[in-house]
Design a binder for this molecule. Structure first.
Ligand SMILES: C[S@@+](CC[C@H](N)C(=O)[O-])C[C@H]1O[C@@H](n2cnc3c(N)ncnc32)[C@H](O)[C@@H]1O
Ligand SMILES: *[C@@H]1O[C@H](CO)[C@@H](O)[C@H](O)[C@H]1NC(C)=O
Length: 321
């Protein structure tokens, strides 16, 4: 790549998050108008509830589907056990999603159809392949066709998924989440837990029980940035996992490369949480997870495709208890 091209890419990459804030800002008037139209005055008058409604519109409307389009090429293989050292590989290298699953911060149900695919159809037919071909086209991967065939024939999963608890305290997201569950035909498998993870074991807050030590897998996709008291709550979630259980993450974390990227990220973080539903950029989520308890194996890294100017750098991979 030429120097000019690289400079332009870096420049656009550094500006991109501000554009995201702008997109979010233009969403707010629409949310206010919607709440007025629906006569939801209580929500308009409560800053915290207005923020939740706003974030729900932003994520369900434009941000979520865009992120899905970009991140599915990593997240789908991750859950199939085909990600290692931050890279996607063709062969399965670790167990895929199975058994009893907790999805933390399920949001509008962006990823729900992945479970139905594993639960029923299994890899190698239907949706995985369809989704993959859609992505391959969008991204115009040169080896898209070959990769598609591989996904179809060799990716084993360790299903079935017997139960998913989708934890989502923002009730504004529940209608979309419920639609996604119905569309995926998962009414009997996927249960919405309408509280934050801090209240998962509080029988007074919701009418279900999840026993500690009973969960096979935890999935957290872009949500540990938004939960309260991460040290405490991640340690708490760790206890729900069985021995041998797996925690799949795709989360963004604090910059740890250069001083100027750290400073730039910190500046962005002054505005970011107010526009993006309380999401904090400078959390050390990987470190917090490492320290949540003892792990048998950790295969987590920054996606190899991310450049030095990534203001929202991710961690991708699996912790095995
Ligand atoms: C950035 S969104 C991501 C949603 C979804 N995982 C996705 O990728 O589309 C973060 C989600 O975490 C949820 N969240 C906030 N506080 C939470 C808590 N205490 N426990 C569980 N989820 C929480 C928010 O309501 C929001 O839906
Ligand atoms: C940043 O963090 C990752 C993951 O913890 C680590 O592997 C890497 O060496 C760190 N980079 C720097 C420059 O410290």
């Amino acid at each position: 790549m030429s120097l000019a091209r690289r400079t332009i890419d870096a420049f656009l990459g550094l500006l991109f998050p501000w554009n995201f804030l702008l997109v979010s800002a233009t969403c707010l008037p629409k949310t206010i108008l919607r709440l007025l139209r629906e006569r939801k005055f209580a929500e308009l008058l409560s800053p915290s509830r207005l923020k939740e409604a706003w974030f729900s519109d932003l994520w369900g409307g434009i941000a979520g589907p865009n992120i899905r389009r970009d991140a599915a090429v990593r997240i789908i293989p991750l859950l199939q056990g085909r990600a290692t050292k931050g890279a996607v590989v063709d062969e399965q290298v670790s167990p895929g999603l199975a058994g009893t699953v907790i999805e933390v911060g399920a949001g509008s149900g962006l990823w729900v159809d992945m479970y139905s695919e594993i639960a029923e159809v299994r890899a190698g037919s239907g949706l995985w392949v369809d989704m993959y071909s859609e992505i391959a086209e969008v991204r115009a991967e040169p080896d898209g066709a070959a990769r598609r065939r591989k996904v179809g024939s060799s990716a084993a999963v360790d299903g079935p998924i017997t139960r998913v608890y989708g934890i989502e305290p923002n009730v504004n997201q529940h209608p979309a989440l419920r639609r996604a569950i119905a569309k995926a035909g998962l009414e009997d498998v996927y249960r919405i837990v309408p509280v934050g993870i801090e209240d998962l074991d509080d029988a007074t807050k919701w009418d279900g029980v999840v026993e500690k030590g009973s969960v096979d897998c935890i999935v957290s996709i872009l949500c540990l940035c938004s939960i309260p008291d991460p040290e405490k709550n991640i340690r708490e979630l760790y206890q729900y996992l069985k021995k041998g259980g797996r925690w799949y993450i795709y989360e963004h974390v604090r910059c740890n490369n250069s001083w100027y990227m750290k400073a730039y990220q910190r500046l962005l973080n002054v505005f970011w949480p107010h526009f993006i539903g309380g999401c904090l950029l400078c959390r050390q989520t990987e470190k917090t997870l490492r320290e949540a308890g003892s792990w048998e194996k950790i295969d987590v890294a920054q996606p190899v495709t991310e450049p030095w100017y990534q203001v929202v750098p991710h961690r991708l991979g699996v912790f095995t208890k």
